[in-house]
Design a protein around this ligand. Structure first.
Ligand SMILES: [Zn+2]
Length: 145
């Protein structure tokens, strides 16, 4: 799949009525590309993902929805070999540090032997498993830039 194909798939996934593992965490931006929906405290500007109803920095409950940056750096990762029924294993699960001091836990969409700490990563949407009927389950993922 080319980068252009991936972008088209990502746009369709962000816009279409597809089944996400956790709905409401991804929305299309103005160009149709997927973006993570996070929270930003109106009092201290601390960011969160997923959205927290209470700011973990200042305890304010005045939280605004924000579109988070779509690129970050891999902080750490692990390879998962046991998962719920229907999930494809093994898969890599990692923490991506986004600008604005937000750390996101996500599937990493690349082979384990290609992963390295501090590598630049970009948000994507991909199939991570299937539900009981065999229909694909989507989630946000991160791929190398
Ligand atoms: Zn705050």
């Amino acid at each position: 799949m080319t980068k252009a194909d991936t972008l088209v798939v990502n746009r369709e996934a962000a816009q279409a009525d597809i089944r996400f593992v956790a709905p409401g965490l991804v929305a299309p931006d103005a160009s149709g590309a997927p973006r993570l929906v996070g929270g930003s405290c109106r009092k201290c500007q601390a960011r969160s993902f997923p959205i927290s109803p209470v700011c973990t920095n200042c305890l304010s409950e005045d939280i605004a929805l924000v579109e988070l940056p779509d690129q970050g750096v891999l902080y750490s990762y692990s390879i998962v070999h046991q998962a719920p029924k229907g999930w494809a294993v093994p898969y890599a699960l990692g923490y991506i540090d986004l600008p604005g001091d937000v750390r996101v836990l996500a599937h990493l969409d690349l082979p384990a032997d290609k992963i390295s700490i501090d590598m630049p990563m970009r948000l994507a949407v991909g199939v991570v498993g299937a539900d009981a009927s065999g229909a694909p389950l989507y989630s946000y993922t991160f791929k190398p830039v």
